[in-house]
Structures are given as C-alpha cells and as structure tokens.
Design a binder for this molecule. Structure first.
Ligand code: SAM
Length: 276
C-alpha cells in the first residue's frame, strides 16, 4: 500500500469531517476513532475499494465521508465510485447528507436511516460490490452484534464482492481473539475468505479502555452458492446484550431533534455573562 499523499492536506480535510460529526452516544457503542488513525483507515479503504460501490453498515467514525472527501478533493489517488451509508442515527445520516451537499459529492455519497434489526431497505439486497462495518464489538454477546452487521453487509453485496470489518484486537484480551475467530468463521460460512488482516491498528476515544485497538479484516467472496437468498428481520433472541452487558437492542432509531449547528457550540451548552 502506498502512502503518497500530502499529510497536511489530509489532516486538514479530515478535520472538516471531524467537526461535522455529531457527539457520540456511548450507550449505542458510538466511540469515535482517533484522527491519525482515521487518515490511515480512510486511505486504506480508498485504495482497497478503488472504483467500487460500497455500502457502510453504520459509520459514526465517518470513515465513509473521509474517504469520499479526500478522494474527491484529489488528496488520495484512489477513490470508490460511490458510498451508501445505512445507520439508525438520524443525526449521523443528516450530517453526512449535509456534508456531501456542501462539498459537492452528493451524487457519490448518500445516507439512509436503517436499523440492522430490519431487512435491508428495498433495492439494496445484492446491490453493492463492497461492504464496510465497524460494529458494536461483541465483548458481552460472544460477537453476536458483529455477526449481525457482517451478515447485513454480506446480504447487501453481489457475487464478486469484498468486505471489511473493523473490530477489537488485543492479544492480551481473550474475548477479542475469540470474536475475531468467530467472525472469520461466520464469514467463511457465508462464502467469504479472509483476504487480508491489518492487526491492532486503530485507537479510539474510549475512556474506560484508551489502549484498546481494532483491526481491519478484509474478506473476499469465493463461493456464491453460500450467499444468503434473502434479507430477513432479526429474531429477538439475537438482540440480547447487543450494546454491552444487560443492554439489548430495543431502540429503533435515534431521531435528530434540532439543527445541531455543526462545528459550533449549541446555544444551550453555554451562558454569556455580561461585563459589569
Ligand atoms: C456501533 S458504532 C461502533 C463504533 C464505531 N467506532 C463508531 O462509533 O462508529 C458504529 C455505528 O453503528 C451505528 N449503529 C448502532 N446500532 C445500530 C443499529 N441497530 N442499526 C444500525 N446502525 C447502528 C451507530 O450509530 C454508529 O454509527
């Protein structure tokens, strides 16, 4: 993988993206990737998925937006053909739509409100040639939340497709290794090979585990006979401990209540005290 891009230009462009991200909701495992790792990850995805039509299953980190922003500005030499984001948080969906319009790439990037509990939206089954997901990492559900996001990504892709999942990777934490192994087996059961794994790469704004890193596992479909035949609603028993211990998936959507005034403090977050 080449690293030939202007670091200053890249960081300034990622800074546009970071200012646009809504505040993360920890209870739904929105834990954002750190900025230097966003540049590396966006570049990796731009290169690996050059000219592809990618579906993102959730993307609070805004890696999709970063890839398209830096790709369309010519900071990266490679760029996907299109990115479609599905996320259950309307603040994230709207922030992506607004940003893509502002920077003139809304023909290449769209975002839609969608919860992984539901079948894929109409017209999205088998439509894309790559998927990307950074799901809830499955520490308390044996990887179930990872499998759900992975399966939706696989359902959304056509025969000659690839996919990337970003999940916890720390060899000193057995649960992370078990979830990686189980996710790779689940992908294999659905006809995908591990094409590449970049271990222990990214860090997050995660107060209770600031050193916990994630890896990227890249998959490639090799057996179309194992592809799912349809996309179905999830059974309730798969939703237990989805966002951590005793935190099942019970919320359908996070709705945006007001204009969040991205990049500026909201009026109710400060008070002006006048000069005497
Ligand atoms: C779960 S977080 C994982 C951590 C990741 N670093 C992040 O903050 O984006 C990934 C994305 O999945 C979205 N998400 C969480 N639960 C979801 C659900 N049930 N259906 C669809 N998207 C969901 C979140 O809004 C977020 O954008």
């Amino acid at each position: 993988m080449s690293r030939e891009f202007d670091l200053r230009e890249a960081l300034n462009a990622i800074s546009d993206v970071v200012v646009n991200r809504p505040r993360p909701l920890r209870e739904f495992d929105q834990i954002y990737m750190k900025v230097a790792d966003m540049v590396i990850q966006a570049h990796y995805i731009a290169e690996r998925f050059n000219n592809k039509n990618i579906v993102f299953i959730g993307d609070g980190d805004a890696i999709g937006l970063s890839v398209m922003h830096l790709g369309s500005q010519g900071i990266f030499n490679s760029c996907p053909n299109s990115i479609t984001l599905l996320d259950f948080d309307e603040r994230i969906v709207n922030s992506v739509i607004r940003f893509a319009e502002k920077y003139g790439f809304s023909d290449k990037m769209s975002a839609h409100l969608y919860n992984v509990v539901d079948p894929l939206p109409d017209g999205m089954f088998g439509k894309f040639d790559a998927f990307y997901t950074n799901p809830p990492w499955g520490a308390s559900n044996g990887g179930e939340s990872v499998f759900v996001f992975l399966e939706r990504g696989i359902e959304a892709t056509e025969n000659e497709s690839e996919g990337a999942i970003v999940i916890a990777d720390d060899p000193s934490l057995p649960w992370t290794q078990e979830v990686i192994g189980a996710s790779q087996r689940r992908a294999a059961d659905m006809g995908f090979l591990v094409a590449e794994m970049v271990p222990q790469l990214h860090l997050y704004h995660l107060d209770d585990a600031p050193d916990l890193r994630s890896c990227t596992c890249l998959f490639r479909r090799h057996d179309t006979n194992m592809a799912p035949g349809s996309s179905e609603r999830l059974s309730t028993e798969r939703l237990n401990n989805f966002y951590g211990r005793n935190n099942p998936l019970t919320i359908h959507y996070v709705r945006e209540l007001s204009d969040l005034n991205y990049g500026k403090a909201t009026d109710d977050s400060y008070e002006l005290v006048k000069l005497e």
